[in-house]
Design a protein around this ligand. Structure first.
Ligand code: AQP
Length: 362
């Protein structure tokens, strides 16, 4: 961080104008101060992280920590929008934290914390709720999907996109790395921030979503028209980062394909094999066209067997690291430090919002 306002005014302006032309995407000038941009994202502890979460979101988290000031959260308040077994919720929250680290997040570079340990999330969500409308929430497709076939859905399921907006806005995040199932929620967050700023004065940074261009939506293995999901009923529809090699093999060998045998990327006519090609490409680093050439004339069986090996190799490293960290005191220490750092920043934003709303601050 460099404070240009310490320079004399003429020099400050010249330096800033020159710098702006050379700034990388990851940097910004805020109030005369050159700063790293900030990223925020989270994962729900609704089960074990699957390869969709990993390829669509977590790998981006790890990349971004090299160039941005990153805050990554285990969003337990979101997970209770659907029923959770308390014992499982507790274990899954620590599992997700350990998996964050096992997949490459470095607590020295990223702030890792559990959402419910920072009360400002729930408080800001209320302030935003009072400035949002049932009409805009009714349009959220995730609410429609998750409440389908329920006569009366939990209120939290309806309002959680506002909690997500609060999560992001509390940290003045410029960038939100997510899978593309979250596009609509990021748009809502932007709308809420702009509305609040217009009504009550500059309060929030308006964030942008960061979506992978490829692999932003990994599909379910048993039904490639639906996204892979932690809470799916069929365990073979997903591959969790903690799955055994045998479970990975079963899931891939059973994965829905089509009646042809040609290994070709065609999302519309061959969604199953296209999904498997995407997964193969992301784990191996080989392009889709390289894979199509490699498997020309081979049947689905050979392709699937190789894919099982590639996935198992990648998961082994993650699982070894996970075993080391999961039961260690280090994990709790990392989460405590994350809570402290996150609270400091979140409380500043919350105070700004309350002050602008006209609340008495004592
Ligand atoms: N299938 C997917 N492909 C790519 N990215 C995905 N994400 C989720 N599913 C896929 C991204 O992973 C991050 C964490 O997701 P989440 O835990 O906050 O909630 P979710 O999107 O609702 O994920 P699940 O797995 O489907 O959980 P459940 O079943 O509990 O609802 C997000 O960035 C998400 O975009």
């Amino acid at each position: 961080m460099f404070d240009f306002s310490r320079l004399n005014k003429g020099l400050e302006k010249r330096c800033l104008d020159k710098l702006k032309r050379f700034l990388y995407d990851e940097w910004m000038i805020n109030g005369g101060v050159l700063m790293m941009k900030r990223a925020f994202s989270g994962v729900q502890p609704t089960g074990n992280i699957h390869i969709g979460n990993y390829l669509g979101a977590l790998r981006q988290f790890v990349e971004l920590q090299e160039t941005m000031d990153c805050f990554y959260c285990i969003v337990d308040l979101h997970s209770i929008t659907v029923p959770q077994d308390p014992k499982e919720l507790y274990e899954h929250s620590l599992d997700v934290a350990a998996l964050y680290i096992a997949t490459g997040l470095d607590p020295k570079k990223s702030t890792i914390f559990i959402q419910s340990t920072v009360p400002a999330h729930a408080e800001l969500a209320w302030l935003l709720q009072c400035n949002s409308y049932t009409g805009e929430l009714s349009r959220m497709t995730q609410f429609k999907d998750k409440s389908r076939n329920q006569e009366s859905a939990p209120t939290g399921l309806f309002t959680y996109p506002i909690l997500m907006a609060a999560d992001i806005l509390l940290y003045d995040a410029n960038v939100v790395p997510v899978g593309n199932d979250q596009k609509q929620h990021i748009e809502l967050t932007r709308d809420l921030a702009i509305r609040f700023n217009n009504k009550f004065g500059e309060t929030f940074v308006v964030p942008e979503g960061k979506f992978n261009t490829f692999g932003a939506r990994i599909m379910a293995l048993d039904d490639p028209t639906k996204k892979m999901s932690k809470s799916a009923e069929n365990p073979f529809s997903l591959i969790s980062l903690l799955d055994t090699p045998q479970k990975v093999k079963k899931s891939i060998m059973r994965a829905t394909t089509d009646s042809e045998s040609e290994i070709r990327y065609d999302e519309e006519n061959k969604p199953g094999i296209s999904n498997l090609l995407t997964i193969y490409s992301l784990f191996s680093g080989l392009s889709i066209s390289d894979l199509e050439k490699k498997y020309e004339g081979c049947g689905y069986g050979t392709f699937k067997k190789d894919l099982v090996e590639i996935i198992n190799e990648s998961l082994k490293d993650i699982q070894d690291r996970y075993q080391e960290i999961r039961k260690s005191d280090e994990l709790i220490q990392i989460l405590k430090e994350g809570k402290e750092k996150a609270s400091e920043i979140a409380n500043q934003t919350l105070i700004r919002a309350k002050k602008n709303l006209g609340f008495v601050l004592l």
